[in-house]
Design a protein around this ligand. Sequence first.
Ligand SMILES: [Fe+2]
Ligand SMILES: [Fe+2]
Length: 144
Amino acid sequence: MIPRQIEAAESSTSNMDEKYIVGIPEIDAQHEEISELVDALRKIITQKDQRHLVRQALKRLHQTLINHFDYEEACMGMVSYPDLSQHKRTHRGILKLFEDYFDQPPALGDIEFFGKVINDKVLEHIMEHDLRMTDSIRLYLSSK
Ligand SMILES: [Fe+2]
Ligand SMILES: [Fe+2]
């Protein structure tokens, strides 16, 4: 998925906590979907006999993240973002958590902790890396 153009505008997404809004509507919409999938995952984790449902939810979230990271990386490439390789590394780190789970699912008692790790890593990434990236994209757009 390659962005044809990047637009800067006030985002109309509503369910995300305001501190996670980056101001690029397509990216905010993707983040909102990701945040909903993370919430759904954590809800499923609290249910009984849930291992196969957790796997399904993780597969869906994993694919959504792959598409989202491709999109962000294409945006960063378009604006020659200087920290692209570092940002990519943190994307790979998040995807690796999923791959490790699929290779070797944790013991039942550890799945809840795994859900929290996914939640925290994804949200931390938005706060720490995506906000910095989108600041840079907005700067680029305003200088055009
Ligand atoms: Fe992101
Ligand atoms: Fe990112």
